[in-house]
Design a protein. Sequence first.
Length: 398
Amino acid sequence: YKHIMLFLGSEKNNSFAGFFLLFLLLVSSIVVADAGITKTQCANKDSATCKPQTTTTDDNNNDERVQTILQDAGFAQSDIDTVLDGKLHKKILDSSNSREIGMAFAVVLPHTTPDDIAELFISQRLKTVVDPGIMGIGIIGKNKKKGTRDDFKKFTLFPGKSRNKEKYVNVILGRLLQESPGDDLNLSKGEIKALHEHQRAKDEDSSSNNNILLHKIDQTIRESLWKRYQSYQQKSLNGILPYARKNGNEYHPGNDMTLSSKMTNILKREAPVFFKHLKHFPKDRPDDLQESFSWITFENPNSGDGIPNVELVHRMGRKQPDKGSFVFSERQYFALHSYNCVHGEGGAIPIHVSGNSPQTLLVFSSRTSTDAVTGFGGSAKRSIGVRMMGNMVADVLE
């Protein structure tokens, strides 16, 4: 992830990584959690313990469910054969609009069950281990209760462990307090106005300083996150508050996420109950749904200016006892900068094989909206970025 950020270089192009980070976290979390493979066992690349077990034609290749979910993810039969042969396969997806980049991945994970995926996905307990760039995580609404303002009280753009705090101060003051909306920050007109008022108050008060200003900025963004969560939680994609853009325009993330959702039917046949809720959220909620809302602050150490980012994330998952699978989705319905939003969904399907060691098919598709791939050279940037990230995922798995 960091190497991709360094290669892509510019702040805007960092958004390319957003759409596949979840997949990396899932797979890397399994590695960190040690799903039964030791370093000694894997020292020999030919060791059978490091590869999916060979499946039989009857048990796997003709498994209608596996074929169906991979087909619904957009894979051709030759791709499916590659996946079931134990190799990672990646596919660039058709975009629903000019801002979108999308990709699907599928791989058979040895020594892993769908329950392993479910525990890691919902709890996010290894997220800070897998991604050291994360500065803070706050769970919104614990024990199936709705979130409150208190769930955001620990939020700050400047946590104590920030490695470049003074640099953050200068950059954020310059970016957040810019005179007019641009395309690089995702704030509403009202949020921008509130930040400008803090700057004016500081300028008029000789006793004020940057620490006071930064505290007020944190308060403003904290309140903004709370309101954005409430609106999304109540109205789903239609409730996502817009971002102010140049010349008085507004960008509505919910519109792009709606298009992304319509283009993604990976779970339509495998998990119709979950699929229905995903499309109609917050309606049609199954009783056994697992769900988490969170805010996340993170930095990219290789970024040019070191400005931290903020995400609002909604994860949903459901175990299907009758099928033994786990299906899931992730929506990033707010990001402070670099990209606009993300919609992803996938499933963990048990593979029936000869032998005792469990294997799981992990299939996932994700679509990211980013202004980085629009305008002159957008097609080339999209192609290069997606290809790099596909190769990075392959390297991580190998």
